[in-house]
Ligand binder design. Structure first.
Ligand code: SAM
Length: 286
């Protein structure tokens, strides 16, 4: 368990109850984030035979997709600090018979990778959680061959990601959110500021750093009820609910669900509830 070192607090967080949904609900999460993964894969253009490092790979969806693209002559190494997600990823890789894919339970910021061993560094929302991001990215750059490609997705600002922050705001009087992290602290929106991302990647020695804003329509559910249920499973609202006192939680869930229904009904259409995720497609070269 990567419970020591610079990211120990994050290891505790990602192995705790409030983030378990990333492993247990990966099918629901993947269905919603599929269009984001498609954009990452299109930009990454992984080729047969390439060696890919997938940071914060979670339950392995991106690792599997990349392994299919590099084929049996290639290699994909996924790495994550969440034990339950890594277990799920390993099971899925075995079931898919992808011998070219492997997942490590380790801190990507400190794991001793073979130097210069990868052609592509990829991550879907797995790089915003380093406590010392410049040092972490410098460490990752040393694992890449010179000129290797970097393709990452990260969320833009909270205000632009109403699919999650709007839901949290709709219930904030019922389940107050924790104070937001500071601008230099890890978190879901830690890469929202493009200047900060450039500073981190250039500071770590990467070249050709570019951030492309993309607004990706996300289908949050077939209807408002499904979207509300998802918000209560993953994200700010679910975490705030978990923090509620035991005796009050069930009653609170009902009131929160009603409020979320109202919030998501406003985005309901014939194809279900669709709201944009505002992301950066970050690219660079080692
Ligand atoms: C938002 S989740 C994304 C998971 C997955 N990439 C996906 O899109 O489904 C962030 C992931 O980054 C992992 N993570 C955070 N800090 C990490 C670190 N220092 N080293 C490796 N993984 C890390 C977490 O355990 C978590 O699985």
């Amino acid at each position: 368990m990567p419970g020591e070192g610079p990211n120990a607090p994050q290891a505790a967080y990602w192995n705790g109850p409030s983030t378990r949904a990333w492993a247990r609900e990966h099918e629901r999460i993947d269905a919603r984030f599929a269009p984001i993964l498609d954009r990452l894969l299109a930009r990454a253009a992984a080729q047969p035979g390439e060696r890919v490092l997938d940071i914060g790979c979670g339950s392995g969806t991106s690792t599997i997709a990349l392994a299919e693209r590099v084929g049996p002559a290639g290699r994909v190494l996924g790495i994550d600090i969440a034990a339950e997600s890594v277990e799920v990823a390993r099971r899925r890789i075995d079931a898919a018979g992808l011998a070219q894919a492997e997942v490590l339970l380790a801190d990507a910021a400190t794991h001793p990778f073979p130097p210069g061993g990868f052609d592509l560094l990829a991550s879907r929302f797995g790089v915003m959680f380093f406590l010392q991001p410049i040092a972490a990215f410098a460490h990752l750059r040393a694992a890449l061959r010179p000129g290797a490609r970097v393709v990452l997705t990260a969320f833009r600002s909270p205000a632009e990601n109403r699919w999650t922050t709007g839901a949290a705001a709709a219930v904030r009087d019922l389940v107050p959110p924790p104070p937001p992290p500071g601008p230099e602290e890890p978190g879901q929106f830690a890469f929202a500021d493009p200047a900060r991302v450039e500073r981190i990647l250039r500071g770590a020695g990467f070249a050709e750093v570019a951030l492309a804003p993309e607004d990706v329509p996300m289908r949050l559910g077939a209807d408002a009820a499904e979207a509300a249920a998802f918000a209560m499973t993953l994200g700010q609202v679910s975490r705030a609910l978990q923090d509620a006192p035991d005796g009050a939680r069930e009653g609170l869930r009902e009131v929160v669900r009603d409020r979320l229904l109202d919030f998501y009904r406003a985005a309901e259409g014939p194809a279900g509830v669709t709201m944009p995720a505002a992301i950066w497609l970050v690219t660079a070269r080692a």
